[in-house]
Design a protein around this ligand. Structure first.
Ligand SMILES: [Cu+2]
Length: 633
C-alpha cells in the first residue's frame, strides 16, 4: 500500500516523463533535471491518509537543450495528465550526472585539451579526469550570458587505480557549453614550470591499501550482534523503534527525508516534527587565485544529495545488524535509476543513558541505545555522511561527517606559502573553504500551533537580594515575525531556541517544547557584496524562522545554478510575516569552517559536526526512566 508521502517508484518516474513527453512535446533534445513526488500539502494529508482523497502527483523540471528554456510541470499520475506547465525564463535547472559524464568524455577527447596536456608531459588520456563544476552567475563571463555553462578542473591519476584528485593540472580550465556539449574556451595559464601540473608531481596522494604501507599493529576484531533480532520495525517506509515513530522518505535533492516524527507518551503518540531534511549546502572556497575564485558549490541546489547518494553496498561503516532501503532517482532521459542500499537503519549502543550509585540501594545504570537512520553522499571529491540519531530520552541528534579528498592545486611558485590555503604535500596546497549546511526543520511540537523562543542566560548584577551577583536568570523572548526570526549564535548568552506549543501544558504547568541546541555554528566571514554571499544570504544567520508554506523548500532559491541572487529565504522573509503561534519551519545553518590541515591529506579523516533537538518541558520528567536494566551476558 503506497502512502501519500512515499517517494515515486521507478514506474511512476517513467510515467511522469512519458506524460510530459506526450502532452508537452518534450523530445529527444530535452533533458529531465528532476522528477519527484509532489508532496501533499500538510492540510490535505489526513484525508489522503484516510483514503478519502486519492491523488498522486509529480513535479517534473525539464529543459530544451536547443534554446535553453526550462519548464516545470505538475503531473497527475492518478489522472495521467499534465495539470500545470510553467515556463521558467532565465532559470538553469540543477546540474545532472549525465552532463558531468558527457562533459568528462568530451574534454578528454578534445584535441585542444590533449595538446595542452601533452605540453605538460601528460599523454595517457585514460588517466585524465575532467571534473565539471557549476558557475556562479555573477562570475559567468558576459559573452556567455544566458547559456548553460560548466567549467572544469583537469585531474590526472598517477596510475590506473590512482587517486585522480592527487594531481591537479593547475592552470588548465575548460569552459563548456553544456547544452551543445562543446568546449567554449580553454583557460590555460601554464608557464612551463616543472611543478605545475606535471605528469608525475612529487605528491603522495594515494590512499588505496595496495598503494601504501599499512600499520603493523592489527586492529582487534570487534563484533556487534543482535542474536534475537533488531529492535526496530520497518513496514514499507514506516519505521518504529522503542517509543519513536517516523516515516522514511527520499528525493533527488534532499536525499533522506524524515516525515511525521512522533514519540509515544503513555498511550498516545505526540508529534515532534512533520519533516526533517537538509535543504541546501553552500561551500564557498575562500581562495582568490585563478584556479579557485569561481569555486562555490551548492551541493544540494546544484547537484542534489539524492542524485549523489552512494550505495552503501560500496562501503557501509555501520557495525551490527543493518537494514537497508533502496532509493530511486532517474537520469536525464527520465529513466529510473535505483540506488541499492541507499539508506541504512540500525541500532547502536551509546554508552550510559543514566546512572546513580546509592550507598544503600547500590548502583542503577541504564545503557543508552539509539536508532540511526543514515545515508552517504559522494560529491565528486568529497563525501558527506549524514546520521539522524534517535535516543530513548527523546533527544534527536543530527550528525554530519565530512571526508573524502580535498581540492588542491600547485603552489604559485616552488616553496611559496599560499595566502588562502595550507600546503599539504610537495608543491601543492588545499585552499580554505567553508561547508554551510542548511537543515530544514519543520517541527510540529504537539501540533502546528508553535512559537519559537530565543532563550538566553543572563547573569545577575550585584545588589539587592543578591549582593554577590550569583544569580542566573533565563530570558525567553518570543520571535514574533520573520525579521525577529533571523537569529545568530551567541556564545556570551548561550543562546538557544525553543519551539513551544503554548497550548500543550505539562503537569508542571509549563508549555511543551523542543529545544534546538546549536553547535557547529560559524559566521560567513564574507563581504556582503561578494558574489558567493549574494547567492547564499542564508549563511548570514544561524537560524531563520518562517511560517510553513508548502512551496518554500529551497533557502537559496529553486534554481541556484548560475543564479546571481538568493531568491529563497531572503525573498520570502522580506514580507516579515508573523511566526507566532503558527506552523513554523526552522532553517538551521551549521557546518564546518575548514581551515585545511596537512592531516586532511590525501584523504581526510572525518570532520564531525552535529546539532541536537532536545525535549524541553515536553515531558513531566525523564522520559527514559522506564528503560529496563540491561543484562550483560
Ligand atoms: Cu572541507
Amino acid at each position: 500500500m503506497t502512502h501519500p508521502l512515499d517517494p515515486l517508484t521507478g514506474a511512476e518516474i517513467r510515467q511522469a516523463a512519458a506524460i510530459t513527453r506526450r502532452e508537452r512535446g518534450v523530445g529527444d533534445g530535452w533533458r529531465f533535471a528532476s522528477i519527484e513526488l509532489k508532496e501533499p500539502a500538510k492540510a490535505d494529508l489526513p484525508a489522503l491518509e484516510a483514503g478519502h482523497l486519492a491523488s498522486r502527483e509529480a513535479v517534473v523540471v525539464c529543459w530544451n537543450r536547443a534554446d535553453g528554456q526550462a519548464y516545470r510541470a505538475t503531473v497527475s499520475l492518478t489522472a495521467d495528465e499534465v495539470t500545470g506547465w510553467e515556463h521558467l525564463p532565465g532559470a538553469q535547472p540543477n546540474m545532472t550526472v549525465d552532463e558531468w559524464h558527457e562533459c568528462d568524455a568530451m574534454i578528454r577527447a578534445h584535441p585542444a585539451v590533449i595538446e595542452a596536456l601533452a605540453g605538460r608531459g601528460i599523454t595517457d588520456m585514460t588517466r585524465v579526469l575532467a571534473d565539471m563544476w557549476a558557475y556562479g552567475a555573477a562570475l559567468v563571463p558576459e559573452r556567455y550570458a544566458g547559456r548553460r555553462i560548466g567549467w572544469c578542473d583537469v585531474w590526472c591519476r598517477g596510475s590506473e587505480q590512482g587517486n585522480p584528485y592527487a594531481h591537479h593540472v593547475t592552470g588548465l580550465h575548460p569552459v563548456v557549453d553544456l547544452n551543445t556539449m562543446t568546449l567554449l574556451e580553454l583557460e590555460d595559464t601554464y608557464q612551463g614550470s616543472t611543478d605545475q601540473g606535471a605528469a608525475e608531481p612529487e605528491v603522495m596522494g594515494e590512499y588505496l591499501p595496495g598503494l601504501l604501507p599499512m600499520r603493523l599493529r592489527e586492529v582487534a576484531p570487534l563484533h556487534v550482534s543482535q542474536p534475537d533480532g533488531v529492535g526496530f520495525t520497518l513496514d514499507g517506509t514506516q519505521l518504529s523503534w522503542q517509543d519513536w515513530w517516523m516515516r522514511v522518505g527520499f528525493n533527488h535533492r534532499e536525499g533522506l527525508v524524515l516525515h511525521q516524527v512522533a514519540f509515544r507518551d503513555g498511550d498516545r503518540y505526540r508529534s515532534v516534527a512533520h519533516r526533517l531534511s537538509f535543504a541546501e549546502m553552500v561551500v564557498p572556497y575562500r581562495d582568490a587565485s585563478p584556479d579557485h575564485y569561481r569555486r562555490t558549490a551548492f551541493d544540494i541546489g546544484e547537484w542534489g544529495l539524492g542524485f549523489m547518494t552512494t550505495s552503501l553496498a560500496l562501503g557501509c561503516d555501520c557495525l551490527g545488524e543493518i537494514t537497508y532501503l533502496d532509493a530511486t532517482v532517474h537520469d536525464t532521459r527520465g529513466e529510473p535509476v535505483t540506488i541499492p542500499n541507499a539508506i541504512c537503519v540500525h541500532e547502536e549502543d551509546s554508552g550510559v543513558l543514566w546512572k546513580h550509585v546509592d550507598e544503600r540501594a547500590g548502583a542503577q545504570v541504564r545503557r543508552a541505545r539509539r536508532l540511526v537512520v543514515s545515508f552517504h553522499v559522494t560529491v565528486a571529491n568529497y563525501e558527506y555522511l549524514v546520521y539522524w540519531r534517535f535516543y530513548q530520552d527523546a533527544n534527536i541528534e543530527c550528525e554530519v561527517r565530512a571526508t573524502g579528498v580535498m581540492v588542491t592545486s600547485a603552489a604559485a611558485a616552488p616553496g611559496s606559502r599560499p595566502a588562502n590555503g595550507t600546503p599539504v604535500d610537495q608543491g601543492i596546497y588545499a585552499p580554505f573553504h567553508q561547508h554551510f549546511i542548511v537543515a530544514r526543520l519543520d517541527l510540529d511540537v504537539d501540533g502546528t500551533g508553535n512559537t519559537v523562543y530565543a532563550t538566553e542566560s543572563v547573569p545577575a548584577r550585584p545588589g539587592g537580594d543578591d549582593p554577590h551577583a550569583l544569580g542566573l536568570t533565563v530570558k525567553s523572548t518570543p520571535l514574533r515575525t520573520e525579521a525577529e526570526g533571523k537569529q545568530d549564535y551567541d556564545w556570551a548568552t548561550q543562546r538557544g531556541w525553543k519551539v513551544v506549543n503554548d497550548h500543550a501544558v505539562n503537569a508542571l504547568g509549563t508549555p511543551a517544547g523542543y529545544k534546538l541546541v546549536p553547535s557547529a555554528s560559524f559566521p560567513p566571514l564574507l563581504d556582503p557584496a561578494s558574489p558567493a554571499f549574494r547567492r547564499a544570504l542564508v549563511i548570514g544567520h544561524t537560524l531563520w524562522v518562517t511560517p510553513y508554506h508548502e512551496d518554500e523548500r529551497w533557502p537559496c532559491g529553486d534554481f541556484p545554478v548560475q543564479a546571481a541572487e538568493d531568491t529563497g529565504l531572503p525573498a520570502w522573509t522580506r514580507a516579515d510575516r508573523p511566526i507566532e503561534n503558527t506552523d513554523v519551519v526552522l532553517w538551521y545553518v551549521f557546518g564546518i569552517h575548514h581551515v585545511t590541515r596537512p592531516e586532511d591529506w590525501p584523504v581526510m579523516p572525518t570532520d564531525i559536526v552535529s546539532f541536537w533537538l532536545k525535549p524541553f518541558g515536553f515531558f513531566d520528567r525523564n522520559p527514559a526512566l522506564n528503560v529496563p536494566p540491561s543484562h550483560q551476558r
